[in-house]
Design a protein around this ligand. Structure first.
Ligand SMILES: Cc1cc2nc3c(=O)[nH]c(=O)nc-3n(C[C@H](O)[C@H](O)[C@H](O)COP(=O)(O)OP(=O)(O)OC[C@H]3O[C@@H](n4cnc5c(N)ncnc54)[C@H](O)[C@@H]3O)c2cc1C
Length: 290
């Protein structure tokens, strides 16, 4: 029987780490999975608005967080989330590029996607030739020509689904780590500058020098939309909607920090993580009793 965590926390930023810290204090089996250390570990920011701390570099703050998680015995792995599934009995399966984990609840602390593709100017195209989810919509494009846009592991994951469905795939990517591609996949290493629309449907992708006619473009670069679309979590303009308990519209899935909207601040993200942990603790009590 595979291990079932009480909560898998996605993201090791201030919201995720704080949520995990509180859950650990509530004696819950918690695991953090994160693509990387996020903005704080990557940028040399100087922070001067945190309680009790005068000017601190974001990298020092992040290192201190890692030390703290280790002291508390909270396991964390650097793995990129590529899919989530709902199983029976209120259990979720969390799928990364290298592993699968089972959990009773999930906290999404994925931060904000600051790179929404600029060429998606018209949201009406979503569902009309623009999709965020290969496993949801791929089947509608059986034997058609489709495009996939994205550089991340998620793009590879979407490709693995779509390569067996579509007849031709144009992969708009800068990812160099791609091998064993099927014959129906063509890599287009050209930035997309625009989309051509015909009768309300996507007709073609325009790059600087070319036009590629296709039936659907799958965006694998906008994680919130992809996941939330698939699981039915409500979002609004790329912001995950939560109630005052930090619960998303899907029972057992909570969210906090930048991915649920302003203010985009560390202290607010940490506060969201703490509030979610209290709610998750209550949820687990209720669920374990059933
Ligand atoms: C330039 C800049 C300066 C800033 N300065 C300040 C400041 O001075 N003071 C302040 O309070 N705030 C500042 N902020 C904002 C602050 O950094 C954020 O509000 C805070 O980091 C949000 O925390 P979070 O936990 O929501 O997300 P993040 O810290 O963004 O963490 C998100 C986590 O999710 C992970 N993740 C994302 N996608 C996946 C995936 N597919 N699979 C697995 N893991 C994934 C990332 O690896 C990361 O660990 C600044 C931000 C920027 C960009």
């Amino acid at each position: 029987m595979p291990k079932i965590y009480d909560c898998v926390v996605l993201g090791i930023g201030p919201s995720g780490s704080t949520c995990a810290t509180y859950l650990k204090r509530f004696n819950k089996e918690v695991l953090i999975l994160s693509k990387d250390g996020g903005i704080l570990s990557k940028s040399e920011l100087f922070l001067d608005n945190l309680y009790g701390l005068s000017k601190i570099s974001s990298k020092d703050l992040f290192s201190s967080n890692i030390k703290h998680l280790k002291e508390l015995g909270i396991p964390f792995f650097y793995e990129e989330l590529i899919d989530l599934e709902t199983l029976e009995n209120n259990i979720f399966k969390v799928i990364t590029q290298s592993n699968e984990y089972l959990t009773k609840s999930i906290f999404l602390g994925l931060g904000i996607n600051r790179t929404k593709p600029a060429f998606v100017k018209n949201d009406d195209l979503i569902g009309n030739g623009i999709s965020f989810c290969a496993s949801c919509d791929g089947f509608f494009y059986k034997n058609k020509t489709i495009g996939i846009y994205g550089d991340s592991e998620q793009a590879k994951h979407e490709l693995s689904i779509l390569e067996n469905i579509a007849s031709d795939i144009l992969l708009f990517t800068k990812n160099k780590d791609l091998s064993n591609l099927k014959n129906n996949v063509r890599i287009i290493n050209e930035p997309i500058v625009n989309l051509e629309v015909k009768d309300g449907l996507l007709n073609a992708v325009i790059t600087k020098n070319n036009k590629y006619v296709l039936d659907c473009l799958f965006i694998a670069d906008n994680f919130h939309s992809a996941l939330t679309y698939k699981l039915g979590i409500e979002i609004d303009d790329n912001i995950i909607k939560v109630d005052n308990k930090k619960s998303t519209s899907v029972r057992g899935i909570y969210a906090g920090g930048d991915c649920i909207g302003p203010q985009y601040q560390i202290i607010k993200a940490a506060c969201d993580g703490m509030e979610a942990a209290y709610s998750i603790n209550e949820y687990l009590k209720y669920n374990d009793k059933k």
